[in-house]
Structures are given as structure tokens and as C-alpha cells.
Ligand binder design. Structure first.
Ligand SMILES: Nc1nc(O)c(N)c(N[C@@H]2O[C@H](COP(=O)(O)O)[C@@H](O)[C@H]2O)n1
Length: 145
């Protein structure tokens, strides 16, 4: 049975990058994996810290998507690895959600976003579902640890 997540009310809401599960990474505390992911778009600039310190993941996403900020030139090449790093750190940090992820066994995990055709499956299900794929990769890593 495919596991879908997206909204904060979903059973598997903790799989979203917007879930309130903070962690230490690169010697800094990040309130959510969304904060970490969005801030990495501006590594080496003051925008990274501005995004890290905003209150909500929604605000972090909004700031990260503002094209008035200087997006790093290699973003398209590095964004999947940055997402892997953030998601692995999040689930390594919190035992409760790690167990929840592992408990999904070999089921397919899908970010059921109606608008995101890269990280999610998109409105018609044809999206790449990269976040779901990364969650399944992380599940495999954590299962054998
Ligand atoms: N809650 C939510 N709203 C959206 O509008 C979304 N696109 C997503 N998907 C998440 O967005 C993050 C990446 O966004 P960008 O690549 O910076 O546009 C990532 O966390 C997706 O899971 N979620």
C-alpha cells in the first residue's frame, strides 16, 4: 500500500520537511529540514543565517524561493545530495520518526503534492517524487544500521 504524505494532518506528516523535527548539522541547529534545505541555496552568504533563524518552515520556503536572493550557481547539481543529507540527519536524530519510517517496510512513499512535480508526485501523479525516493533511500540506510 503506497504511503502518501503532504499535509500536517496526514498520518505520516513527519515525513514532510515542514515537520517540527530539528537537528544539528554543519555545526548549526536547524528547526526543520526545510530550513536547512532552503538555506543551502545561499551558502557562503548572510541569507543562509537569515533563513535558518525564521520561525516557520513556510517562511523558510518562501525566502528560499525568492529569486531576488543570489541562488548558488551549482544548485541544480547539488540539491538532491543536500536533501539526502538533511533527511538522513533528521531521521537519525529522532528515534520516534526513525522507527515510523522503518516501520513502512518496503512500501512506496510518495509526497502527495498537487503542485510540486520534482519533489512530489504533482497533481496528476506523474511527478518525479524525489523526496519520496530519498525517504526510501534513507529508510534503507537506517534499517541496516
Ligand atoms: N508544503 C509544500 N508546499 C509547496 O509549495 C511545495 N513545493 C512543497 N514541497 C517541498 O518544497 C521543498 C522544495 O521546494 P523548492 O525546490 O525550493 O521549490 C521540498 O521540501 C519539497 O518537499 N511542500
Amino acid at each position: 500500500m503506497t504511503i502518501y504524505f503532504y499535509h500536517s494532518r496526514d498520518s505520516y506528516a513527519c515525513f514532510s520537511n515542514f515537520s517540527p523535527h530539528g537537528f544539528m548539522l554543519d555545526d548549526l541547529y536547524w528547526p526543520t529540514s526545510e530550513h536547512y534545505f532552503q538555506a543551502q541555496k545561499f551558502i557562503g552568504t548572510s541569507h543562509l543565517e537569515q533563513i535558518r533563524l525564521v520561525k516557520t518552515p513556510k517562511d523558510a520556503a518562501k525566502m528560499g524561493r525568492q529569486r531576488t536572493r543570489p541562488l548558488r550557481s551549482d544548485w541544480e547539481q547539488v540539491k538532491d545530495d543536500i536533501m539526502r543529507k538533511a533527511v538522513l540527519c533528521k531521521f537519525s536524530t529522532h528515534a520516534d520518526i526513525r522507527e515510523m519510517l522503518i516501520s513502512t517496510g518496503d512500501e512506496e512513499i510518495v509526497e502527495n503534492s498537487p503542485i510540486d512535480y520534482y519533489w512530489g508526485c504533482g497533481g496528476d501523479g506523474s511527478g518525479k517524487n524525489m523526496l519520496g525516493i530519498i525517504l526510501m533511500e534513507v529508510r534503507e540506510i537506517l534499517r541496516v544500521q
